[in-house]
Design a protein around this ligand. Structure first.
Ligand code: H79
Length: 427
């Protein structure tokens, strides 16, 4: 018998994890031929669009306004340290030059160019790291058989062979990790498609995803490449970070989130939309305010996690103007306060609706979100400290310690509508 080999990350990989953990803020990009319908990236499934009808979409995908350098500059100005882009989403269309399927941007669109290649070059020039999102599930490929629980009504696929599908994914991942320089990570999604679901929770997994082989292949090609998988369960051996979709670590407001016991020991990343859609959606009016977005980032950091914030570019290749505006504002905030976020780890006070905390060495940054409140009580705060003052202002904060914890008094004039930052210097 054989004993399963436990994954041991290489030195390069551990260094990359350290970089990742300190990076704290990245840009997620959902862009594909679906963007043209303005109804999100799930449109093929949601509207049960047959294969032959959906296959018309690439024939007029021509993003003449796409400027990779502009995207990268936007991300950088927002204070983001990396970009994660959809190389192939659930619709199965490859947004890159692939030799193992013709169903790709170079072969099937009038645009005819590899958008990932351009992005990879722009990222390299600007010193931004690049991750590829890669869907495990596929609504187009015959070999994605047995079918998962989504896409079941889509007409036009034949029955194929699972092992061929695994080989196809390996070939594409080899392309993605060979033709685009150093790739910071692969972001898998769709695992849950092959799990039973009773309307409330997931059940048994129906297939073997061959993660052992796939993860090994990735790490052999690029040892520093960080593997994450949006499977909504505790990390699997071979993974390097854990992501949380639309929920903070250990939370489950979405119904498919995680419980505290699912949160592992790996670097973490929360992903969220600026509005309520990943792919371009013309009817989405749920744009989050600057305050909501910044507080989300701060709370993520309060868990020691990164925030991967999404934009869904328009079919012409431009980013939605209101999303650009949000990112610009976040960048301004980051330039003033980034010191309290980048390179920090989880602070001594767990995040809640009213506060979060981050920590760097002997400094704790306490982030207070309620500008209506004068007295803050930090229960059981028993870390010995020297000094408490307002961040970036030369002003002490009135405070008191007793057997219950620490009391802070924040005067009205010192409160910030988005985040009042208090700096606690530890002994
Ligand atoms: O790429 C974006 C989305 O398209 C993808 N992940 C982000 C990053 C995503 N797809 N689905 N979801 C996220 C969550 C939806 C889960 C569902 Fe289900 C799968 C809804 C129905 C099937 C989980 C399983 C909830 C019910 C069954």
């Amino acid at each position: 018998f054989t004993i399963a080999q436990e994954y041991v990350p290489t030195k390069e990989n551990l260094e990359a994890r350290q970089w990742f953990q300190e990076a704290k803020f990245g840009l997620f990009i959902h862009w594909g031929v679906y963007s043209q319908l303005g109804d999100g990236e799930w449109v093929m499934n949601n509207q049960n669009i047959p294969i032959d009808a959906y296959e018309k979409l690439p024939s007029f995908f021509n993003p003449i306004a796409y400027d990779a350098e502009e995207w990268v500059k936007m991300a950088k100005d927002a204070g983001m340290k990396y970009i994660t882009i959809t190389s192939r989403h659930h619709d199965g269309f490859s947004m890159f030059d692939s030799q193992v399927t013709d169903y790709n941007i170079v072969k099937k669109t009038p645009y005819g160019k590899d958008v990932l290649k351009q992005l990879a070059e722009a990222c390299r020039k600007a010193d931004i790291k690049l991750f590829f999102y890669y869907s495990l599930l596929d609504w187009h490929n015959d070999d994605y058989f047995p079918r998962g629980r989504t896409g079941t009504e889509i007409d036009g696929r034949k029955e194929g062979t699972w092992e061929k599908y695994i080989a196809f994914m390996k070939a594409q991942l080899t392309e993605l990790l060979t033709n685009y320089g150093d790739i910071a990570g692969i972001w898998f999604d769709g695992h849950w498609d092959q799990k039973e679901w009773d309307g409330k929770k997931f059940g048994k997994l129906k297939v073997d995803w061959h993660y052992d082989e796939i993860y090994k292949l990735i790490h052999e090609l690029q040892p520093q490449c960080l593997i994450g998988n949006n499977h909504h369960i505790a990390p699997i051996s071979g993974e390097d970070f854990q992501m949380f979709e639309k929920d903070l670590p250990g939370h489950n407001t979405t119904g498919w989130g995680t419980s505290a016991s699912d949160v592992g020991q790996l670097p973490m990343e929360v992903c969220e939309t600026i509005n309520n859609s990943w792919g371009f959606n013309i009817q989405d009016r749920k744009h989050k305010s600057e305050k909501e977005l910044i507080q989300l980032m701060v709370k993520s950091a309060g868990y020691g996690s990164n925030l991967l914030l999404n934009v869904g570019p328009m079919p012409n290749g431009e980013i939605q103007p209101e999303h650009k505006e949000s990112l610009k504002n976040m960048g301004e905030w980051m330039r003033a306060n980034g010191e309290t976020i980048y390179g920090t780890s989880q602070g001594p006070v767990s995040p809640n609706e009213e506060m979060a905390s981050t920590r760097k060495g002997k400094t704790v940054y306490l982030h207070l979100f309620n500008d209506k409140k004068e007295l803050y009580f930090l229960e059981n705060f028993d870390v010995p400290f020297r000094d408490i003052k307002l961040y970036n202002k030369n002003k002490k904060v009135t405070h008191k310690v007793n057997e219950y914890g620490l009391f802070l008094e924040i005067e009205k004039e010192d409160r910030d509508e988005v985040d009042t930052i208090v700096e606690i210097t530890l002994k």
